[in-house]
Write a protein that binds this ligand. Structure first.
Ligand code: HPA
Length: 277
């Protein structure tokens, strides 16, 4: 699908799950792989993990697949890759994230997750770059997401669809990650709409609410993954101290730079976690 053509998810009368099925069928055809076992969305700083987890057997721009959007941001990849893991399992790596702040609606935001589920994936690993609230989390610190607070006031669920979110960020998978690196810290991820960063007052509010990490993705995707029956592992790279925790103003360039600096270490970590699954 080219960027200029209409995205089928923008039409109200379509079934987003049917579009995810179509997308999964296209991925099966492009990759020659009927079923994937694990899916990973690689956010800022996590991209190199794709090269470390196994052998890439197919790679193509995500926007060539039904329902996917062209990347809005440089540094957000835009590729889908099928990777053969040493264990023989298959991973689908999603380097293309549609953010809620792009304003295309939540169906487009969670399409990659629904597509991953439709390819057969039972495990969804969601990674991101985010702001940290604990002041000992220096930029470059990876943190396991233990739970989330969704401040977008939106949901990927439509109609009277009630989905339990207890243990959304699987204790079992966090345990596996801790087996790889026992000193990984954990925190509650708080999704804001963005794209502006938070004010210091909003960050103080998050602290009061019990949040530790602030970002603009992941929570809506995790809900969609759970709806699809997947087990979720969430990892944040702390790219900066959140507004007001840091004495200096935030800059997108610094966020990207922190991601690049941490990339080799956290990508190795993620590859080791995938190997341990
Ligand atoms: N806030 C929200 N999103 C972010 C941040 C932040 O401080 N850093 C990277 N993504």
């Amino acid at each position: 699908m080219s960027e200029s053509s209409v995205n089928p998810l923008d039409q109200n009368d379509v079934d987003p799950f049917a579009i995810a099925q179509t997308a999964a069928a296209q991925i099966a055809e492009r990759t020659g792989v009927a079923r994937h076992d694990i899916a990973l969305t690689l956010g800022s700083g996590w991209g190199s993990a794709a090269d470390l987890i196994g052998e890439t057997t197919a790679s193509f721009p995500a926007q060539e697949i039904e329902g996917f959007s062209a990347p809005a941001l440089v540094g957000h990849g835009g590729l889908l890759r099928s990777i053969l893991l040493p264990s023989g399992k298959r991973a689908l790596v999603i380097g293309a994230r549609t953010h809620y702040y792009e304003g295309h609606g939540v169906r487009r935001v969670v399409h990659s997750v629904r597509t991953a589920a439709a390819t057969g994936a039972k495990t969804m690993i969601l990674t991101n770059g985010a702001g940290g609230i604990k002041d000992h989390w220096t930029p470059g610190t990876p943190v396991l997401i233990s739970d989330h607070i969704n401040l977008t006031a939106d949901s990927p669920l439509e109609g009277a669809t009630f989905v339990d979110l207890t243990d959304l960020y699987s204790k079992r998978l966090r345990h596996v990650a801790l087996g790889v690196r026992g000193d990984l810290d954990q925190g509650v991820y708080v999704q804001f709409r963005g794209p502006h960063y938070e004010t210091p007052a909003e960050v103080q509010m998050v602290k009061t609410l019990g949040g530790h990490i602030v970002g603009m993705s992941t929570a809506l995707e995790a809900i969609a993954a759970r709806q699809a029956g997947m087990e979720v592992l969430g990892l944040s790279l702390i790219t900066n101290l959140a507004a007001g925790i840091s004495p200096t103003p935030l800059s997108h360039d610094e966020v990207i730079e922190a991601g690049k600096t941490a990339e080799p270490v956290i990508s190795r970590l993620l590859a080791d976690i995938v190997a341990a699954l």
